[in-house]
Write a protein that binds this ligand. Structure first.
Ligand code: ATP
Ligand code: MG
Length: 334
């Protein structure tokens, strides 16, 4: 792989056409103050995109706001601040996140989770550029760029009555849609290169492991990929990250989901000295369920170094069932 740790680019990484295009969009719209709505599955990099938008033309502060974390008055005072005696226990005047974001950017993360009563108040900020701290009669002027992100389909949330349509239209002036990682697998090597970059160690990945990574679908997207690499580094003592250090779901997918090859051989088992099962014939890319089951059991035993109680636990079946299946598949010394 061609980057050394120091030369790695920062920001929103990727070489796929979609990401190159999104990066160009970020550079362009980062300059303005128009609201931006970022949509994408969990782990696709919504926060990285929001921060890149801010960094394209940094003004004031970038203030992240977790919309799902608080409800009601607490969230309102967190956002807009409150005056003394606004409510029992209010204490002194308190500045809100909006005041902090004044002149800068407020990042409303998981905007789909924002309580309806706060949606009204945010709409006011967008329309009138002002808000009222809790307990105050005075309105406060504010100049803030709003970036909102969500993994939800807001149109569906509107239909379900959970999201205000007027707020949606105010936010949806520019929309960035981040593609799932499975649709841009060519970005994976570059992302991995970033994740394994460390000042004091050069890691590399065994080809077999890389193949499995490229074949996996990454439902948790870049976040899942990062966790996977972190885990491989933690599991490994040397600089080469092995296939067997991969999380079991990735290994399992690699062994079971081969769509091009007609035989699914248990390469891992072989490497560890566990007898290989008879080759499984995959017709039209479909592996028989029994073969998948057998492989899952073998894999669980391998992960637990032959501990059947733990293997049964991992497999989510009872010990007796595991024994029966071991017999059925003629596994172990049953
Ligand atoms: N294009 C990218 N370049 C570099 N790192 C990325 C990229 N996309 C995601 N990441 C990394 O993946 C992880 C998840 O990214 P981020 O938190 O931005 O995703 P998200 O869409 O906000 O996810 P969630 O919905 O889980 O909050 C972070 O560690 C982030 O640094
Ligand atoms: Mg996020």
């Amino acid at each position: 792989m061609k980057y050394s740790g120091e030369e790695l680019p920062t920001g929103f990484l990727g070489r796929s056409a979609r990401i190159v295009q999104i990066r160009a969009q970020i550079e362009k719209i980062g300059v303005g103050r128009t609201p931006v709505l970022i949509q994408g599955e969990s782990g696709t990099g919504k926060e990285v995109a929001a921060r890149s938008l801010f960094n394209a033309n940094p003004q004031g502060q970038f203030v992240p706001i977790e919309c799902g974390s608080m409800v009601g008055t607490l969230m309102e005072s967190e956002l807009f601040g409150h005056t003394r005696h606004a409510f029992t226990g209010a204490g002194e005047n308190k500045r809100g996140l909006m005041e902090l974001a004044n002149g800068g950017t407020a990042f409303f993360d998981e905007i789909g989770d924002l309580a309806l009563e706060l949606q009204v108040k945010l709409l006011r900020v967008l329309q009138e550029r002002e808000y009222r701290p809790v307990g105050s009669l005075q309105r406060v002027k504010v100049d803030v760029r709003i970036i909102a992100a969500t993994h939800r389909n807001l149109e569906r949330e509107i239909a379900a009555g959970r999201f205000r349509e007027d707020l949606f239209h105010r936010l949806n002036v520019i929309r960035l849609t981040l593609p799932p990682l499975r649709d841009r697998k060519e970005d994976i090597p570059l992302l991995i290169e970033r994740f394994i970059a460390s000042p004091d160690r050069r890691y590399s990945i065994a080809n077999e492991a890389m193949d499995a990574i490229m074949r996996y679908d990454w439902p948790g997207n870049v976040r899942e990929l990062k966790n996977c690499i972190d885990r491989m580094i933690a599991m490994n003592s040397g600089p080469l990250l092995h296939f067997t250090d991969l999380p079991s779901n990735v290994i399992y997918h690699a062994r079971a989901g081969t769509s091009t090859a007609t035989t699914v051989a248990a390469t891992v088992g072989g490497a560890r000295g566990i007898p290989l099962p008879p080759p499984v014939v995959a017709l039209r890319g479909i592996v028989p369920l029994q073969a998948l089951e057998r492989q899952a059991i073998e894999h669980a035993l391998q992960q637990t170094a032959g501990d059947r109680t733990e293997a049964a636990l991992l497999l989510g079946i009872g010990r007796t069932t595991l024994y029966r299946k071991l017999k059925e598949y003629q596994l172990g010394e049953n």
